[in-house]
Design a protein around this ligand. Sequence first.
Ligand code: G4P
Length: 536
Amino acid sequence: MSQIPAKAADPQIIDQSSRRRTFAVISHPDAGKSTLTEALALHARVIGTAGATNGKSNRKDTVSDWMQMEKDRGISISSTALQFEYRDTVINLVDTPGHADFSEDTYRVLAAVDCAVMLIDAGKGLEVQTMKLFEVCRQRNLPIITVINKWDRPGLESLELMDEITERTGLRPMPLTWAVGIAGEFHGVADLRKNEYVRFTRNSSGASLALEEHFTPEEAQDVEGQLWSDALDEASLLESSGEFDLDGFHAGTATPVLYSSAAQNFGVRQILDALVDLAPSAAPRADADGEVRPVDAPFSGFVFKVQAGMNQAHRDHVAFIRVCSGIFERGMVVTHANTGKPFATKYAQHLFGRDREVIDQAWPGDVVGLVNASALRVGDSLYEDTPVTYPPIPYFSPEHFRVAHAKDPSRYKQFRRGIDQLEHEGIIQVLRSDRRGDQAPVLAAVGPMQFEVVQDRMAQDFNAPMRMETLGYSLARLTTKEAMTTLAPVRGVEVIIRSDGEYLALFNDVWALRRVAKNYPDLPLTQIGVNQDASV
Ligand code: G4P
């Protein structure tokens, strides 16, 4: 890789970039992502109290409830970034939509961050969605910090969880803390880096910081007796305990592990400390040609998400940019790399839930929401002065397919415009074939929620209500034009064209895929993205 020289190193930009930690939490629904988000923000004193222990119903007004407005409307999916300062470090927590709204957006966010926190429910271990997201992180060699949450509830044993992490992710677990007390009896953590015991006492409501007491190992032995010895014995059984391989963490081959009870605010400060001390800061990024653009080069960034209709009153269209180099200043006119046209950034915002703050300046690692950005698509690059194009964000393999029809055929033009626009925003992939015709495009999505968004937007924004018919396919592979003829008579399979001209073979199930692979060994069937089982 070659490196574009910066004109003269700009110490201010370099300093600001090195202070940035930009990360996302990857987890299965219900592992505690929202609770942890609040707890992290609480520790950084963004909010006064966190209502986590009282359940979701009491958290409506807290900062992490950024989705509520969309949920109320029956649509969802928005990802934004929460920014807070902790120990002189600026932490950007980029939301990965979870729950039923699992979608391509969830994956795309991972292109915009420098690190991921893999949050595991101590009672459940590694769950399906966590593994899918982990695969995307692995593909990007993203450093991962593992947090074992809900240790205040009965769950698996520590060593069992470490084995599971090793076996299923291939990452070498490197505990930074080790729980004192079995799952369900969370007394505190052995801080293996500082060689001390941190005992937590729950605040009566759990809604504010827990009391932390620090003990030397000798004191810990007196205070906790057998529980302390057990914790140390277990931790020492892990080969790696004691040594921390920072390079392995940054290369995505080893993972620091910490314990928490997000609901009780136990172990949360230690997570923030790990982010500050160990996670990578905003670093120079390689462009599409592999050339690295230094952080203090002129401004550049790329769009990782486009969101329309976030604010019903304004019907706006927001493009979320990850700043990669230089200083972003509101009002600056940048170049849209994909069209070569100027783009005015008059309306730049930092978005978090319902709260929007006008942003005046942003630095590498920060996320900026550009309003009225209908020209921008997911993956597009923006720059000032020296041109740069960042690598495209990959397509992910769709798992749900529906045929779309305009309810009112006389509104076909609006229907088509709406479908094209939603595809442009990256909400849905659009597939077509001569057999089905343009009147009946096939919509493809990673998560079924995306169809609801499409249906809602088509009716509300384009005045083109539509109906959908579910197709039974669940798998897609990239193939060639020839497959269209070859596979035409085969049941449970259909070859269809994506709007970028690629041919996709759709299969009912893994058996249909295996049958075709066996009967037509010369037919290319390439996996798309990394969100599907590659073993077939
Ligand atoms: P998510 O965003 O990952 O989907 O999870 P969320 O934070 O909403 O947490 C899911 C449930 O798990 C919540 O309960 C939350 O209170 C609980 N939870 C999160 N972290 C912890 C933890 O460390 N310990 C314990 N014991 N519970 C935790 P809920 O769905 O609101 O129901 P309820 O249990 O509060 O009634």
